[in-house]
Design a protein around this ligand. Sequence first.
Ligand code: SF4
Ligand code: F3S
Length: 104
Amino acid sequence: PYVVTELCIKCKYMDCVEVCPVDCFYEGENMLVIHPDECIDCGVCEPECPAEAIVPDTDPKAEPWLELNREYSTNWPNLNRKKPAPADADEYKGMPDKYAKFFS
Ligand code: SF4
Ligand code: F3S
């Protein structure tokens, strides 16, 4: 499956939601996650994310996020429609260490 990583935190552009054919994104306050058992590995979301937050699970950057995607996708609500990104999303684009600063 594909995995949402730290770069999504506080950006939440949600272009990924718009293109996912199986609606496997789940929404937390500060980021989205992908349900690993629902993702069909189509890859269309990866290039759509302006924050480059989505990677395949074979990417080394995915490793710290695998469990988090699995865990939170079973607790957070499903999202099947794109909503507006936070007004300050661009301020957080590419910012390092967002997990430590903002994850909740
Ligand atoms: Fe959805 Fe395809 Fe992205 Fe998986 S890879 S989350 S199925 S768009
Ligand atoms: Fe996050 Fe990128 Fe989707 S910032 S909400 S993974 S488009």
